[in-house]
Design a protein. Sequence first.
Lengths: 207, 207
Amino acid sequence: MSTAEETAGGDQAGWGEVTPDAARRLLIAAVEAFAERGYHATTTRDIAGRAGMSPAALYIHYKTKEELLHRISRIGHEKALEILRTAAAREGTAAERLADAVSSFVRWHAGGRTTARVVQYELDSLGPEARAEIVGLRRQVDAVVRGIIEDGVASGEFEVRDVRGTTLAVLSLCVDVARWFNIDGPWTPDEVGELYADLVLRMVTAK
Amino acid sequence: MSTAEETAGGDQAGWGEVTPDAARRLLIAAVEAFAERGYHATTTRDIAGRAGMSPAALYIHYKTKEELLHRISRIGHEKALEILRTAAAREGTAAERLADAVSSFVRWHAGGRTTARVVQYELDSLGPEARAEIVGLRRQVDAVVRGIIEDGVASGEFEVRDVRGTTLAVLSLCVDVARWFNIDGPWTPDEVGELYADLVLRMVTAK
DNA sequence: GGCCGCTCTAAGCGCCCGCTCACTGTCGGC
DNA sequence: GCCGACAGTGAGCGGGCGCTTAGAGCGGCC
């Protein structure tokens, strides 16, 4: 995997788990609409229209518009967590694992920027309970990256002023890729992933 | 200056140029509302209410709700640009100037996160002409930072794989502070500024 | 003192929002 | 061949939206 599964216009990575077909089409339409205009500026009529259905059809598969965002957000965060956990669990030095984590995480944010934008920037549009659940997933994301950095510090590979602050900065850097990345721009997702892995290693490596 | 001019609840740095008084109160109310809920989820009734006025009063000072966002965005970007230009123009090595630029820029995003959040994340809610103007200001921001990095590369202080990509990463890192920074969290704006200046110098410094 | 100009309000227009409901078409099981 | 189950539709509801308008209050100027 990496970027092969993404298409130019609207990426849709692994929504295969969403069934039935109509529910998946609605969800993909919602991802595209939310990414383009934001949650609040997107109408249920727009989502249904993109999926080739009437506005009422949305409510057969989802209780509310917010449930759509919630489902998108949860699936996206689980995918992000899986990517990071895979990198963290591999064999190798802390530096190799961190580089792997950053490059694959960035690749996901760049290649799947439509999804990533919704997942990372529309959190505040969720209600309190849904948001609390997603915040829990984010804490796990943070813990995985912090774990790698702590390993590197323990082994003497890394030297950082503030583990928690550095972890936050690394994640912030990766996540923000979804905001500025443009598939028509000068870099491929792979190139940004490599550049960022290099930058992050410089941030943590002992001199 | 730095963080002294900010208050705990809703920061308002230098809206002094906005007159008359009622227009300024409306603008500050709009900044707070946009930062909390986003542009599209904010109603003109909410803005007017926060300013202690009737909904209609808004339209005496501003043609539309979008004009409010435009004004906020322009003033904010001009302030950001001024901060970076001041740091870029000072005496010293490229490393000193870059550290100064990053720490003061981050301090502004952390201390004035209410304003910064609107300025940095609501750009897409502007119409085409207004957005084009703001994008122009952003290009100037990018040019200032890229200039410092190029100076450092020319003098041999810095060693980077990709000047343009590194510039983008540095700015992305600073800007994203507005998204996650919390005044009640473990760091002050000054501390984050210092930490980030250190991280950025590591990103660009020759080994 | 009378009038103009400016700021601001109460009321409300027209529109489109999220969502609902009565109904239709279709398809598998007997 | 009929029937229940259910995905999907067309029409439309209550409400809140951005914005407008008619007019009130009031300070400055001759």
